[in-house]
Every structure is written in structure tokens, then in C-alpha cells.
Design a protein around this ligand. Structure first.
Ligand SMILES: Cc1cc2nc3c(=O)[nH]c(=O)nc-3n(C[C@H](O)[C@H](O)[C@H](O)COP(=O)(O)O)c2cc1C
Length: 241
């Protein structure tokens, strides 16, 4: 397979054949959620990578849980849950919550997490996260070996530094964590804006005139720099000789 590289160079790339189950990890990198629950004055929390927006009006979001998770029972009984979205400061705590069941342990306490009250649900919210989504339980749908819990969003809060109509991603500290598998996470970052221009045939212009100008300027600067370095190198050699 051939692909055009950044500077127009033709690169040969190999395609890796993956397992069917790799689909889940290729689709993973959305923000990891910590799902908190409360039932009969007992709280629990578990990280959940499989989340999805499902509907705008009514506002519905989905979390996909294995039926063995204690969180699944907590949601069925309490008919509500909260999604807490952590940043890199809570990396270890997030992973820790996924290493054991909350059936017989208070994981939130063991993780040393501070909590505050939700506005619409009994489930606690986690201090230090970047955003919080409170949900009532709308539907429970078995899917394959997992279960989709559909949450009706009843309240949303986010840190001003982190979110304003979209994730700002201006600093790592206020950018969400994403789960990429095993013990590996990443911080979502490097925001880009897609500025689209089409030609008279309706085809996408890969590089706008402004972008070309910018690239040519950068390339000219790089050339000048290399030339200047080269000249200095020659001068040095000359003075030694
Ligand atoms: C980062 C991360 C993401 C996870 N995502 C999911 C998920 O999407 N669905 C799921 O059922 N389990 C997921 N797990 C596993 C549960 O979080 C884990 O089994 C946890 O201990 C369940 O706790 P509970 O039994 O107290 O609910 C994930 C674990 C980690 C570390």
C-alpha cells in the first residue's frame, strides 16, 4: 500500500491484520469515565471505557458494562448513576478503581478520593475530575456478552478551564484521560481545527492557498537555517585548517 507523506513523499506502509476483538481498542480513545453509584447508603465507582452519546433530545448517553460488574447491579437497583471524567491527575486512582470489585470494599475510600454531592442523583461525584454527568436510568439493553445501560442526562457540570462547548485541551492538566488498553492511558490533546475548502468540482482541496503559503514560508526558513549552519560549519573548518 502506498501513501502520500507529509511533504508529498511516497511511503510504503504495511497493514497489520488484527483480531476481531481489536475493534474495541481501535474505537476506544474517548474520555475514560469513572461511573459512580449509590444504593442503600453504600457507594461504588468503576472506570468505564465503553461509553457513547446516544441521543440529543432527549439527552441520552450509554455505558456498556459486563453483567458481572458490581456497578451493573448498583445501577439496576438505584436506577441512576453519575459519569465523572478524570484528567491526568487522577490516573492512578482511575486505574485502581478498575482492579477490584466494590462488592466487599469501599474503593472510593481506599483510593483516597474526595466526593461531593450531585445535584440530581444520590450517586456521589468525584472531586478533582474535569466534568460530571448525572443520569437517571432510562433503559437496560443486553448486547452480546455485555449490557448497555442507557442514562437520561439530568445534570452536567464541567470545569471552566476544561470545557466550553467542546473540550478546550489548552493544558494537559485540564484535558481528559483516554484508555488505550492494559495499563496504558493517554491525555487527549493537540487540538486542530478542520478548515474545509472545495474546488469547482466539489472535490476537497487538500491544501488551501493560505496553508501552502505557510508551508512554503516554513520550508524557506528551514532551508535558510540549514544553509546558515552549513556556512558556519565551513567557516569552522576553515579556521581550523
Ligand atoms: C480504564 C478501564 C476501563 C474499563 N472499562 C470497562 C467497561 O467499559 N466496561 C466494563 O464492564 N468494565 C470495564 N472495566 C473493568 C471494570 O472497571 C472493573 O472490572 C471494575 O473492577 C469493576 O468494578 P465493580 O465490580 O465495583 O463495578 C474497565 C477497567 C479499566 C481499568
Amino acid at each position: 500500500m502506498y501513501a502520500v507523506g507529509e511533504r508529498g513523499a511516497i511511503l510504503e506502509r504495511m497493514r497489520r491484520q488484527c483480531d476481531e476483538t481489536d475493534a474495541r481498542r481501535l474505537l476506544n480513545p474517548g474520555p475514560v469515565a469513572i461511573v459512580t453509584t449509590m444504593w442503600r447508603a453504600v457507594t461504588n465507582a468503576a472506570p468505564v471505557a465503553w461509553t457513547a452519546p446516544l441521543s440529543m433530545a432527549p439527552p441520552l448517553v450509554g455505558i456498556v458494562l459486563h453483567p458481572h460488574r458490581h456497578t451493573a447491579d448498583m445501577i439496576r437497583f438505584s436506577e441512576e448513576f453519575a459519569i465523572n471524567i478524570p484528567g491526568p491527575a487522577l490516573l492512578k486512582q482511575t486505574h485502581f478503581l478498575g482492579t477490584q470489585s466494590g462488592l466487599n470494599t469501599n474503593k472510593l475510600e481506599a483510593a483516597g478520593l474526595e466526593l461531593f454531592n450531585g445535584q440530581q442523583v444520590q450517586a456521589p461525584l468525584i472531586e478533582g475530575c474535569l466534568a460530571w454527568i448525572e443520569c437517571g436510568l432510562q433503559d437496560v439493553i443486553p448486547i452480546g456478552d455485555h449490557t448497555l445501560f442507557v442514562g437520561r442526562v439530568v445534570r452536567v457540570q464541567a470545569l471552566e478551564e476544561a470545557y466550553a462547548q467542546h473540550w478546550l485541551l489548552e493544558s494537559r492538566q485540564y484535558s481528559p484521560l483516554t484508555y488505550i488498553g492494559g495499563t496504558h492511558y493517554a491525555v487527549i490533546g493537540d487540538p486542530r481545527e478542520a478548515v474545509i475548502e472545495v474546488d469547482t468540482q466539489g472535490g476537497l482541496v487538500g491544501e488551501t492557498a493560505e496553508e501552502r503559503e505557510q508551508r512554503e514560508e516554513e520550508e524557506a526558513r528551514e532551508r535558510e537555517l540549514r544553509q546558515a549552519e552549513g556556512d558556519e560549519g565551513f567557516e569552522e573548518m576553515g579556521s581550523r585548517g
